[in-house]
Design a protein around this ligand. Structure first.
Ligand code: LAC
Length: 224
C-alpha cells in the first residue's frame, strides 16, 4: 500500500475493548454483565445515530449514560444514580486489545503517522489512551466534538483529512465496526475492516478493501 501516508483508527471496539466493562457490570448485577454490555453498546450506537438524525448533538458520554438507563430498564434491573455513575466511569477505564501497543509501535517505527477518529469526547479518548500509555503513538486524537455530528456522517471523516493535510485516498481507515468501515469507504478512504468477531459485513453498499482478524495483521498488510 505505497500510497498510504497515514493511518486513522476508530477507538471503541477497534483499539479498545468496550466489553472491558463486563467485570464491573457483573459486580453490580451478578452474572448479567455480558448481556448488559452487549445491549448497552448497541443502544449507545443507536442513540448516537438517532441524535444525529434529530439534528441534536449530545456528547457521546451522555448517549452512553442514556443507553445504560434504557438497557437496565429493559432488562428489569433497578439502577440507581450512584450505580449509573460507577458503570459509566468504567468506560473511562476500558483497556486496549492485547496486540494494540506492539502494532502501533511497529507502524510508527516504519514512519507512518497515526490518529484516532472517534465519536467519543476528547476527554474520554485522552483518558483511555493515556492510561494505556499510548499517547505518544498518535500524531492526532480527533473527536467528533468539533463538528457535533456522529460517524458515519461524512463531515466527521473530513476531520482526519484536515488534521493531516492529506487527501482521503492517502489515509487508511481502520475499524472493527462494519458500519463505520462502510461510512469511511463511502467517504472515499481505503478501508481495513478488523473482523474480530467473525461476523458478516454490513449491507450498506460498500465493501472493505482489506479484512483482517485482529490488528496483528496490519503491519504486514501495509508493508507486506
Ligand atoms: C468510536 C466508536 C463509536 O467512534 O466506535 O470510537
Amino acid at each position: 500500500m505505497a500510497d498510504i501516508k497515514a493511518v486513522v483508527f476508530d477507538l471503541y471496539g477497534t483499539l479498545f475493548d468496550v466489553h472491558s466493562v463486563v467485570g464491573r457490570c457483573d459486580t453490580v448485577f451478578p452474572s448479567r454483565g455480558r448481556e448488559i454490555s452487549l445491549m448497552w453498546r448497541q443502544k449507545q450506537l443507536e442513540y448516537s445515530w438517532l441524535r444525529t438524525l434529530m439534528g441534536q448533538y449530545i456528547p457521546f458520554e451522555d448517549a452512553t449514560a442514556d443507553a445504560l438507563r434504557y438497557t437496565c430498564r429493559h432488562l428489569g434491573l433497578g439502577l440507581d444514580d450512584a450505580q449509573a455513575r460507577d458503570l459509566c466511569d468504567e468506560y473511562l477505564r476500558i483497556r486496549p486489545f492485547p496486540e494494540v501497543p506492539a502494532v502501533l509501535r511497529a507502524l510508527n517505527e516504519r514512519g507512518l503517522p497515526l490518529a484516532i477518529l472517534t465519536n467519543g469526547s476528547v476527554h474520554s479518548m485522552t483518558s483511555v489512551v493515556q492510561q494505556a500509555g499510548l499517547r505518544g503513538e498518535f500524531a492526532h486524537l480527533i473527536s467528533v466534538e468539533k463538528v457535533r455530528l456522529f460517524k458515519p456522517h461524512t463531515q466527521v471523516y473530513e476531520l482526519s483529512e484536515r488534521a493531516f493535510g492529506l487527501s482521503r485516498s492517502e489515509l487508511l481507515f481502520v475499524s472493527s465496526n462494519a458500519w463505520d468501515a462502510s461510512g469511511a469507504r463511502h467517504f472515499g478512504h481505503p478501508v481495513c475492516w478488523v473482523n474480530r468477531s467473525g461476523s458478516g459485513f454490513e449491507e450498506l453498499g460498500q465493501r472493505p478493501d482489506h479484512i483482517i482478524e485482529s490488528l496483528e495483521g496490519l503491519p504486514s498488510l501495509l508493508h507486506g
